[in-house]
Design a binder for this molecule. Structure first.
Ligand code: SD4
Length: 294
């Protein structure tokens, strides 16, 4: 059995996010605060070109953000296609806690954020502008696999009381069509949590994850007795089978992380290059290269 607290998050930016989450968990804090504060680090990091501030824009030059959060009671909050707000994860939490709804999108989500006191900000950094200008020369939509070793940040944490929470936030696929929403804010696709079983989260090409309801399926496989690792692997294999003859297969990457109700973790991806950060008392905060299919 894994000692609590336990954390898993996607990619190497997960290490810094885990550190932040740990500050809360070490004091016996709530996992929901931990996952929110953890992923905020990545959202605010201008060097991460796939999440929040510094994220690469859509093909019209707009940074548009997707995020969602779930707590141990299966409450959920989500925002999609949100612009000019630095911390979509915190807006998603407010949707969960302060509205009767689960999901707000676009202009409505922004209006809600402003009403809740979030500040309007330009999120397009000079580096992202430069990348956008370079992209405009060819204007070709071809997602890069494992963009500089980061992509969406998803985090699942269990606190000392055994409460599970999970969060997911991204600027989505670079150069997407204006208005495109990925898997990350969709409960069951980018993220899913059921305290009776565990939680799972995804990274990679959102379209493939939505088509297969990826994270919900990982959780269902754990319910049937698979380990987190086995469950992630089986869904990646399913996505592989469904996409191997599809046009986007060339640039398809998907990865999943999961944690069961005992705090045990696992991850798996389609193509080499995905890594994830885990914390438990025995092993500390460490990065693992995920096993891969191809
Ligand atoms: C999405 N899973 O929006 C996210 C992240 C990404 O290429 O940028 N994928 O699809």
């Amino acid at each position: 059995k894994v000692t609590k607290p336990s954390i898993i998050s996607t990619w190497n930016h997960g290490l810094a996010a885990n550190e932040e989450a740990l500050k809360i968990l070490e004091k016996g804090g709530y996992s929901l605060d931990a996952v929110e504060q953890g992923v905020r680090i990545t959202e605010a990091d201008p060097k991460v070109s796939s999440v929040g501030y510094g994220g690469w824009p859509d093909r019209e030059g707009n940074v548009t953000l997707d995020a969602c959060i779930m707590d141990h009671n299966s409450r959920a909050g989500s925002v999609a296609f949100l612009q000019n707000i630095m911390h979509p994860i915190s807006v998603a939490r407010k949707v969960m806690e302060e509205t009767p709804h689960v999901m707000l999108v676009g202009a409505g989500a922004k209006q809600f954020a402003l009403e809740k006191g979030f500040k309007e900000q330009d999120l397009l950094t000079d580096d992202a502008k430069k990348a956008y200008k370079e992209w405009l020369e060819k204007s070709e939509y071809k997602p890069v696999i494992n963009i500089e070793n980061h992509d969406t940040i998803s985090m699942i944490a269990m606190d000392e009381e055994g409460r599970l929470s999970a969060a997911c936030t991204t600027s989505g696929a670079a150069w997407k069509i204006h208005g495109r929403v990925g898997d990350s804010p969709i409960i069951g696709s980018g993220l899913f949590l059921d305290s009776d079983v565990g939680a799972a989260a995804a990274t990679g090409l959102g379209e493939a994850i939505i088509r297969t309801s990826g994270s919900a399926m990982v959780v269902e496989l754990m319910r049937q007795g698979r380990s987190p690792q086995e469950a992630c692997k089986e869904i990646v294999e399913r996505i592989y089978e469904k996409h191997r003859n599809q046009p986007e297969f060339d640039y398809l990457q998907v990865g999943f992380i999961a944690m069961n109700k005992y705090g045990e973790t696992g991850g798996y991806c389609l193509r080499k290059g995905f890594n994830y950060a885990t914390f438990d008392k025995e092993n500390g905060n460490k990065l693992t290269d995920a096993e891969f299919k191809i």
